[in-house]
Design a protein around this ligand. Structure first.
Ligand SMILES: *Cc1c(COP(=O)(O)O)cnc(C)c1O
Length: 348
């Protein structure tokens, strides 16, 4: 082992770059609950502009952004359509049912496409004469979709969902934790990916290297209401410019470089697909996430994790025979070569 730990468990394991620490140290600050933190204002305005939205709101995490968004857009007792593998449904400790008190209606998402016909079949139209059904109050999209696959949702697909939603007067929310990965992979502006949704959140911590923070963006009335709900949850912050400052750096300097992460992930997927004992389809790797399956007798994820750990490589267990590798700013081309070499040796 040559010292450096290669940590591929997630793109959230990054440590802030020296430039981010400098930005934190030099940030102009004020009390943000009083609306007086200039660095927070700058980040909220810049992020909203990039996303093509009127206003933005800094929150501490993607989970809080999602929950605040749903609380803002729905009423108790409604239904919310979500992707069956989405974060908001699977990894937010039942926030939808406990905080917003909505009922989840999961949607099967095949090959990273939100099929408008399937969505329409799940919609329960508001109908006062039907006293039994709960009406659909919101459709939640996610881009990139599925945190073990990172599939890109196209602007065309988003537009199709918008069209269906419009027929029933239902708002559309986008969990864009890794929206910039989708933007870079498709070569389209982030705003293009948001033009058919009412509100969106992006994570500053996923691939962009920030220590914390997400931005929720939408119309001015939406953000005004979301700001109050954030406060209700205890999410109002005082000198939050220390959170916003690295975010501004990230929006300027950390997005284009996601191309490197995607290139590294594809290289890794191609090499892994050629290893006897591991299976992955490189065509499935659209962004920075590679999730192979172990197909060799006598091997399972626990054993592989142990063997990789001995070599200073960390990956994330997904299932008994599946694991995940996510590329990010601390993973170099040489690191990828080393991971490939170690996997080849293990499965020889
Ligand atoms: C990580 C993630 C979140 C939650 O972000 P946290 O900052 O970890 O709370 C939400 N949605 C998706 C798709 C994510 O990948």
């Amino acid at each position: 082992m040559n010292g450096k730990i290669i940590d591929l468990r997630s793109d959230t394991v990054t440590l802030p770059l020296p430039e981010m620490r400098e930005a934190i140290a030099g940030a102009a600050l004020g009390d943000d609950i009083l609306g007086e933190d200039p660095t927070v204002h700058e980040l909220e305005e810049r992020a909203a502009a990039m996303l093509g939205m009127e206003a933005g709101l800094l929150v501490i995490s993607g989970t809080m952004a999602n929950q605040v968004a749903v609380m803002t857009l729905t009423e108790r007792g409604q239904e919310v359509i979500v992707g069956q593998d989405s974060h908001i449904y699977n990894l937010e400790t039942a926030g939808l049912s406990t905080l917003s008190q909505v009922q989840v209606r999961p949607l099967e998402v095949i090959d990273g496409t939100f099929d408008p016909e399937r969505v329409e079949r799940l919609i329960q139209a508001a109908d006062v004469s039907d006293v039994q059904r709960a009406e659909t109050g919101l459709i939640c999209l996610e881009n990139t979709y599925n945190l073990n696959e990172g599939q890109v949702i196209t602007p065309e697909n988003t537009a199709q969902i918008r069209e269906v939603a419009n027929q029933y007067g239902i708002p559309v929310y986008l969990d864009g934790a890794r929206l910039f990965n989708a933007s870079v992979a498709l070569g389209v502006e982030p705003a293009e990916l948001c033009k058919d949704v009412d509100a969106v959140q992006i994570c500053l911590t996923k691939g962009l290297g920030c220590p914390l923070g997400s931005i929720l963006a939408g119309s001015k009335p939406f953000i005004a209401k979301a700001r109050k709900i954030r406060q209700r949850l205890g999410g109002g912050m005082r000198q939050a410019g220390i959170v916003a400052a690295p975010g501004i750096f990230a929006l300027e300097h950390m997005i284009q470089r996601l191309e490197d992460d995607h290139r590294h992930a594809l290289k890794l997927a191609r090499a892994v697909s050629a290893i006897d004992g591991l299976a992955v389809d490189p065509d499935d790797v659209q962004t920075n996430i590679v999730s192979p399956t172990i197909v060799k007798q006598g091997w399972d994820t626990d054993r592989l994790l142990e063997k990789l750990q001995e070599q200073g490589i960390k990956v994330k267990k997904i299932g008994r025979r599946t694991f995940r590798m996510v590329t990010h700013v601390h993973i170099s081309g040489e690191d990828i070569d080393r991971v490939i070499a170690v996997l080849r040796r293990l499965f020889q």
